[in-house]
Design a protein around this ligand. Structure first.
Ligand SMILES: Nc1nc2c(ncn2[C@@H]2O[C@H](COP(=O)(O)OP(=O)(O)OP(=O)(O)O)[C@@H](O)[C@H]2O)c(=O)[nH]1
Ligand SMILES: [Mg+2]
Length: 445
């Protein structure tokens, strides 16, 4: 692992790069050009944007299997071939609102009119009110338990979003707590209603009614936080970017800080945050392109580092989940200027791995920040160029074969990029049509 890369991985721990560069006695945080001059890398650690997606612990590992592979192996059931489940989640009421509205409604229940005996009237009222309270409390919980989707029926993309943003098993655990609360409310409500119905005097019936209400309130106060957790989960899931599997999609991929979001802003309606530090993009962001009356989706993704899948953070896993589970064309962004903080050789190994893994996808390579490119290729001090093969030498100079050189600063290459992106997305339309006709042969007729 080279110095800059090592620092990048620890970026959360560092105070500020200016401080770092001022105080560094080593060449960490600097790179050399072929001519031997030393340039500082512009700041790559600032305060973090943490509000979009919290990085949680999760064992989800993106697989190399695409939705297509899974389909052919029969691992995708009918239910999870569509996305959009998060937009159909039931509206969850805060637990206190459920409690107070249930108490109000139950209080209005009157005893059966024909009962004239005072004690009988009171116990009839008590039993009916407790029964109503129990039903009012349990009904919304039943709705949530039944209508929040089971994880196994979600589209793999949504399942990965759920696991990576909520953490392993949290979703199921919260739903289970809500169901446990529902069962408890029913059993305690029934028990107290039955006790109330057996009261021998008016006073006893009143006391039992109050006891039953207090017990239900206590349970709800104590365990109702599961409902509030579910409310938060629903909010988080509803805020996830909506994708349409039938609309051609372009996904921008590359190492952190290479200029992906800057290009998303140029290419689409998406307005992701742009900053000069890695992992500015902390979630999957969607933008749209409208061209010749056609509508396309553009996805910005968090950057990828050079490391094994097991060591990836959840932001990187999100990127791989998009590539694994959504039918996207890939716009791979390379920064050979050194500005991003990652050497060309590290970017090259990530690139080769991703290209091999997703070689079925339509693909376009872009060299960003061409306004910063020197005449000679930029080489980091920590890089060993003696091991470079021809491919690597070529990559340092020009990037992969056919890559378009662009700069959002000087606007170089942007028109060419837009045209190539359009062609790519048109090719993606044909691909989607073909895949649909293979899956649903009746569409051909
Ligand atoms: N000079 C120059 N700087 C650029 C260009 N494109 C982007 N940048 C700068 O590069 C830095 C990173 O840009 P972003 O678009 O946020 O990069 P990113 O790949 O989305 O970064 P992450 O979301 O952190 O992975 C910003 O300071 C941009 O202003 C360019 O063409 N020329
Ligand atoms: Mg970004």
């Amino acid at each position: 692992m080279n110095g800059v890369y090592g620092l990048m991985q620890q970026w959360q721990l560092l105070p500020s790069s200016k401080f770092l560069l001022r105080n560094s006695k080593h060449l960490h945080g600097k790179y050399l050009s072929r001519r031997g001059c030393v340039y500082p890398i512009v700041c790559f650690c600032k305060s973090l944007q943490t509000n979009a997606y919290e990085v949680v612990k999760g064992s989800y590992l993106p697989t190399t299997q695409t939705a297509q592979n899974l389909k052919s192996k029969g691992e995708v059931s009918i239910e999870n071939e569509n996305v959009g489940a998060f937009q159909k989640l039931p509206m969850v009421m805060p637990s206190v609102d459920i409690l107070y509205s249930s108490l109000r409604k139950a209080k209005k229940i009157a005893p059966t009119k024909s009962i004239t005996n005072v004690a009988k009237r009171e116990r009839n009222k008590g039993a009916k009110q407790l029964d109503a309270l129990m039903k009012e409390l349990a009904a919304p919980l039943r709705d949530y338990v039944d209508n929040f989707p089971k994880k196994k029926y979600l589209h793999p993309y949504e399942r990965s979003l759920l696991e990576l943003t909520l953490g392993d098993g949290n979703y199921e655990e919260v739903l289970m707590k809500v169901d446990t609360l529902r069962k408890k409310v029913i059993s305690v409500g029934k028990e107290h209603a039955s006790l109330c119905a057996k009261s021998l005097s008016k006073r006893e019936a009143e006391e039992r009614l109050n006891q039953g209400k207090e017990k239900l309130e206590e349970i709800f106060h104590h365990e109702g936080k599961a409902i509030d957790e579910l409310l938060d989960i629903a909010k988080t899931l509803r805020a996830m970017p909506v994708v349409d599997l039938k609309t051609p999609t372009l996904c921008l991929v590359g190492a952190p800080n290479v200029g992906k979001s800057s290009l998303v802003r140029i290419l689409s309606t998406g307005k992701p945050e742009i900053c000069n530090y890695p992992f500015t993009t902390r979630g999957i962001l969607m933008g749209h392109i409208a061209l010749n009356y056609q509508r396309f989706q553009v996805t910005d993704t968090p950057g990828l580092l050079r490391r094994h899948d097991e060591n990836r953070n959840n932001l990187e896993k999100l990127t791989l989940a998009v590539l694994s589970h959504l039918p996207t064309a890939i716009l791979y962004v390379h920064d050979l200027s050194g500005e991003c903080g990652m050497s060309a050789s590290d970017q090259y190994s990530i690139y080769k791995e991703i290209k091999e893994r997703f070689n079925d996808q339509l693909w376009l390579d872009v060299i960003s920040k061409s306004d910063l490119l020197q005449e000679s290729p930029v080489v980091f001090v920590s890089e060993d160029t003696t091991v470079d093969d021809d491919e690597m030498v070529q990559y340092r100079k020009e990037g992969p074969d056919g890559a378009i050189h662009v700069s959002v600063k000087s606007e170089r290459g942007l028109n060419e990029l837009k045209q190539s992106v359009h062609k790519l997305l048109v090719a993606q339309i044909d691909r989607i049509k073909n895949e649909t006709s293979v899956t649903c042969p009746e569409n051909l007729t």
